[in-house]
Design a protein around this ligand. Structure first.
Ligand code: AP5
Ligand code: ZN
Length: 216
């Protein structure tokens, strides 16, 4: 089965995933993290992906679907995934439906995090991530207790290459053109939950709890 986190860059998908994971049994799969790991390891897939990521473009659907399929094949069939940043095109959405059919799984909910563009820029310019464990911070909104050091693992906090202003603006444009159509794709199936994500991380989390409560 799967729960999907949908929303523009900087909406807080990764932050919400961290909170949900702390309280439910979910396999968190963030395609962005998987790709950045492949870039670091300099695999052929990583080298191909890097060209797109640095420009704020989407990595080709075929590459993404291969990554997801591989992952699902190596996990128990009854795993519940928390997809973060996937699917990102209607084509990827269809691919996920096919994979779910093969596993007799269902998509339980799609949480759409809504936020406006200026807030996104502010959040992404101030974002810092742990090089070791991937935990997400913000220089003002969610600073670590020691500057530059991860609270969870002591790792070094760095800024992502694509968190530069021009690239952020381009990512937003790509989202509107290629990812936003997924909203109708899922709304028509009655599994879309629209979440106001412009408040604090705690407020967003509370809204999610309210929206889909104790289920699933
Ligand atoms: P990816 O890594 O998925 O990036 P993204 O979607 O652009 O999302 P972000 O990680 O930037 O934001 P987020 O919503 O997780 O926000 P976060 O919680 O960190 O993708 C990167 C690239 O990889 C893509 O451009 C593409 O090239 C490629 N890619 C990945 N998946 C792909 C796919 N499926 N298909 C094709 N290509 C793919 O929060 C942001 C900041 O705000 C943090 O600093 C956080 O501390 C802070 N913050 C969070 N919530 C709050 C709050 N409520 N109040 C105040 N601050 C907050
Ligand atoms: Zn860490």
């Amino acid at each position: 089965d799967a729960i999907i986190l949908l929303g523009p860059p900087g909406a807080g998908k990764g932050t919400l995933a961290q909170q949900l994971r702390d309280e439910r049994e979910l396999q968190h799969v963030a395609t962005g993290d998987v790709l950045r790991e492949a870039v670091r390891a300099e695999t052929p897939e990583g080298l191909e992906a890097k060209r797109y990521m640095d420009r704020g473009e989407l990595v080709p659907d075929a590459v993404i679907l291969r990554i997801i399929r591989r992952r699902m094949e190596s996990d128990p069939a009854d795993t519940t995934y928390l997809f973060d940043g996937f699917p990102r095109t209607v084509e990827q959405g269809r691919g996920l439906d096919r994979l779910m059919d093969e596993l007799n799984g269902t998509i339980q909910a799609v949480l759409l995090l809504q936020i406006d563009g200026e807030k996104v820029v502010e959040r992404l310019e101030g974002r810092r991530v742990c090089r070791a464990c991937g935990a997400v911070y913000h220089v003002r909104n969610n600073p670590p207790s020691t500057e530059g050091v991860c609270d969870r693992c002591g790792g070094e906090l760095i800024q992502r290459d694509d968190d530069r202003r021009e690239t952020i603006l381009h990512r937003l444009e790509v989202y509107r053109e290629q990812t936003d159509p997924l909203r109708d794709y899922y709304r028509s199936r009655g599994i879309l939950y629209e979440i106001e994500a412009g408040g604090t991380a705690g407020e967003t989390f509370e809204e999610v709890q309210r929206a889909f409560g104790a289920s699933p």
